[in-house]
Design a protein around this ligand. Structure first.
Ligand code: C2O
Ligand code: CU
Length: 664
């Protein structure tokens, strides 16, 4: 069983534990009446004990995948359920063996039940690390519940078949008052934290690392630089100029269906920007969207921070009628994409994105059939787009002469991962997120999962029969490459390939370094625990997507020094998939779920599934203030947006409410 399955099982067992203890408690109260109820109570208590034991076992097993998977269970569940359960076992079991057990026997049993109920609440609302106040409130409520139960059950006495309850009403009132007091305290605390969580009118993301954070006194402080000083070069050998105008448009899908979209230049995806390595890219963004700010973020292209296009961090959102010019040197060949980064969830969903390809400096040789392929849900319909051909809500088609080398640069632009299959030919994943792999092996009918925001370059030689790139296993969605005739093969249906251990069995790439560099001595370690839990999001209690228990903009910002090698551990305790995208850097994947990655896997968007732990290395070689977030942009909006910064880098821009900028 993997960690995700263990986590799911733990939730089921948790509910079972609560039901069993409460059932055991109620039947213990009634156990005086007859032998059958006593036996039921006995059975339920034993079952509850066994389930509690199972849960402890699960927690211990989970802790082996990482303490963060079990911390809340071991910290909270033990005092809440474990201790009352043990008391119940010691106190209740022998008494249930005798006739007419006192109802007070049920107090520890019911307390374990309340605790388990508290555990259910905790599992659904508390994200890692366990917030002490919430934990305290839960424990206090269980204690109050136990006291009330004790008062109302504990003093029933029976003389000659007549039951008398003494002194319970007053004391019961006292503990009810205590319970109300705990609840009021919790409410006041919630109100205060909601109030303090409001995103202020002005929010300077550079404020807390303004050139003063020198951790090592032996080293001089880095001079302060603003993101506006860290821009692309003004001149270059060859300048390639593009203009993109953001505007609403009606887009017609291949089926004839019309969709209202937000577009660059009237098309979705926007025009492909395709340049050659060494060229200077200059893109003029114009905004003709009514009432919506727009920017351009070069997803995966590690531009200087001043060109990163994050509203409120690296620039002001371009307001309707405004413009902004981006400039960067295209040094790294590969597949990338661009999209707006102001209110990015609706912006990308509605169509404000396009492809960016940097071709390597001409090497001559055979002509490659080289295409961009992107998948996107437009107006509720799943589509694919090949090059600048417009969205196809079905199978796009390409004619390719047999024997031609083919390269398909596939990009997933939605909020969810896509499963790709290539049938009709063996193929390789030559590059991931714009970086060539070192020894990509040949893939038969195995399928691959592409993270939201990620790119795979699939390569193969065109056979004499058709080849099908299928999306999500569908025979009617994807790209069909044909040599002119022949029927489409069935979609690939093989097992999923693990991208982290894929790059190993192929022939070494000519010119590839083949080595691994040094990724074992780190200057800094950063841990991001992803979770789902109750958090105050801009003043509103939300079932948010949290990082280290916090949400945007309160997630602690790691401050890096240029040149450092940083080890980042990302663990996902939630049931959701989180494609993590650090801006401005590719990270070298070190391991996934404890299994070392093979070859040379560099990613800018790595897909951390439920229960997964990824270890990656980041070389701090691109100074700036870098937004990072889950590329399920809905999750980013619900809290999972954070940033990391370089010592001494500041921003003149403002991400607060009054600024009109929405980094996410
Ligand atoms: Cu494509 Cu900040 O993301
Ligand atoms: Cu996410």
């Amino acid at each position: 069983m993997n960690t995700a399955q263990l986590l799911a099982l733990d939730h089921i067992v948790l509910v079972l534990v609560a039901a069993l203890w409460l059932g055991a408690g109620v039947s213990t109260v009634m156990a005086r009446r007859d032998r059958r109820t006593r036996l039921i109570a006995l059975g339920l208590t034993l079952a509850a004990l066994a389930a509690t034991g199972l849960r402890v076992g699960l927690a211990v097993t989970l802790s082996r995948s990482g303490w963060w998977f079990a911390a809340d269970k071991l910290i909270l569940a033990l005092p809440l359920v474990g201790v009352p359960a043990l008391v119940a076992a010691v106190a209740a079991l022998p008494r249930l063996l005798r006739p007419s057990p006192s109802p007070a026997t049920a107090v520890p049993t019911l307390t374990a039940g309340y605790g388990a109920l508290g555990g259910v609440v905790a599992a659904l609302t508390i994200s890692h690390p366990v917030p002490p106040v919430l934990a305290g409130v839960l424990i206090a409520l269980v204690a109050v519940g136990a006291t009330i139960t004790w008062h109302s059950l504990g003093t029933v006495s029976r003389t000659g078949g007549v039951e008398t309850a003494t002194g319970t009403v007053a004391r019961g009132r006292w503990s009810t008052t205590a319970g109300i007091a705990v609840l009021c305290t919790a409410l006041v605390w919630a109100g205060l934290s909601a109030w303090s969580s409001r995103i202020p009118a002005t929010l300077d993301l550079g404020a807390h690392h303004r050139g003063t954070t020198v951790q090592d006194p032996a080293q001089p402080a880095t001079a302060t630089r603003a993101v506006t000083d860290l821009r692309g070069p003004a001149t270059g050998a060859k300048v390639r100029r593009f203009t993109l105008t953001a505007k609403p448009a009606t887009v017609t899908l291949a089926s004839g269906r019309r969709v209202e979209a937000w577009t660059f230049d009237g098309t979705v995806p926007g025009p492909t920007i395709r340049v050659r390595q060494g060229e200077l890219v200059e893109v003029r963004l114009r905004n003709a969207m009514p009432g919506i700010g727009v920017t351009l973020h070069w997803h995966g292209y590690d531009v200087p921070v001043g060109e990163d296009g994050v509203a409120g961090v690296t620039q002001d959102a371009v307001k309707p009628g405004g413009e902004f010019v981006y400039r960067f040197l295209a040094e790294d060949p590969g597949s990338y994409w661009y999209h707006s980064h102001d209110l990015s969830d609706p912006a990308v969903r509605m169509g404000l994105y396009g492809m960016l390809v940097v071709d390597p400096t001409a090497t001559g040789g055979t002509k490659v059939s080289d295409h961009t392929v992107s998948t996107h849900v437009l107006g509720g319909v799943q589509t694919v787009a090949v090059d600048d051909e417009g969205p196809v809500d079905g199978l796009a088609r390409l004619g390719v002469i047999p024997g031609t080398p083919v390269r398909l640069r596939v990009t997933a632009t939605d909020n969810v991962r896509r499963t790709l299959g290539l049938s009709g030919t063996p193929y390789r994943i030559a590059a991931v997120d714009g970086r060539d792999l070192s020894r990509p092996g040949e893939i038969g009918d195995r399928r691959v999962q592409l993270a939201a925001g990620g790119r795979y370059d699939l390569t193969f030689t065109m056979p004499a029969t058709p080849v099908l790139l299928s999306v999500d296993g569908r025979s009617d969605l994807g790209l069909l490459l044909t040599p002119g005739s022949g029927t489409a093969p069935a979609p690939a249906a093989g097992p999923l390939l693990d991208i982290a251990t894929y790059d190993s069995d192929g022939p070494a790439r000519p010119g590839g370094s083949g080595g691994s560099g040094r990724f074992d001595r780190f200057d800094r370690e950063v841990t991001w625990i992803l979770d789902r839990g109750l958090a105050m999001l801009d003043g509103i209690p939300t079932l948010a997507h949290t990082v280290n228990g916090e949400v945007w903009p309160r997630i602690t910002t790691p401050v890096l020094r240029e040149g450092e090698l940083v080890k980042i551990t990302v663990a996902n305790r939630s049931g959701d998939v989180h494609p993590i995208h650090p801006h401005g850097h590719h990270v070298r994947v070190l391991s996934r779920n404890g299994v070392p990655a093979t070859g040379e896997l560099w990613m800018d968007t790595f897909d951390v599934g439920p229960g997964e732990v990824w270890e990656v290395a980041l070389r701090a070689d691109n100074p700036g203030i870098w937004l990072s977030h889950c590329h399920d942009l809905g999750h980013a909006t619900l809290g999972m947006t954070f940033h990391f910064a370089y010592e001494g880098v500041t921003t003149p821009y403002d991400a607060g409410h009054a600024s009109g900028n929405n980094p996410e």
